[in-house]
Design a protein around this ligand. Structure first.
Ligand code: CA2
Length: 153
């Protein structure tokens, strides 16, 4: 029998606008459609997916804290907070849950200020530049990591 897993999927600021603006950079799928794909992939992999989106840094920090004891891992697209938030980095390091960072766009091909991620040093790994596939690949990698016996990051 497979280890039952529950994964918190965190979407940061402005990602609620997906599918409505800037399809050239972020694709034409809505956030709801991305969540549906993740839930479907979760069914395939026997892992429950709980998606949360917030435009507020503190709400994201609280969600990370509340993940302890409820979720085995976190998949996060921190949006612009990737490049600014020591608070998110400290929260991820603080709960010590295996976390994978994803980005729709390739942040290293964009403006210089997007090249640095505050959270990259405290996550298992990062997938950037594959659109919605970044989420799916990141999710698969996280499930694989957890099933391989890596309960801590
Ligand atoms: O590529 C990504 O996934 C990002 O995390 C997206 C963030 C950006 O600040 C990061 O550098 C890279 C921005 C998300 C904003 O999403 C929008 C979607 C539609 C319209 C406007 C913004």
């Amino acid at each position: 029998m497979l280890l039952p897993l529950t994964i918190l999927v965190l979407h940061g600021p402005n990602l609620n606008l997906l599918g409505q603006r800037e399809p050239g950079i972020y694709g034409s799928l809505t956030l709801a459609a991305i969540n549906e794909l993740l839930v479907a992939e979760g069914l395939r992999l026997q892992a429950t997916v709980l998606p949360v989106q917030s435009n507020h840094e503190g709400v994201l920090v609280d969600a990370i804290h509340e993940a302890l004891g409820k979720y085995q891992g976190i998949l996060i697209n921190a949006g612009a907070y990737t490049h600014t938030s020591v608070a998110l980095r400290d929260a991820i390091a603080g709960v010590n849950l295996p976390t994978v960072e994803v980005h729709l766009s390739n942040i290293y091909r964009r403006e210089d200020f997007r090249h640095h991620s505050y959270i990259a040093p405290v996550v298992i790994g990062q997938i950037s530049g594959f659109g919605v596939q970044s989420y799916l690949l990141g999710f698969q990698a996280l499930v694989h990591h957890l099933r391989a016996g890596n309960g801590k990051s």
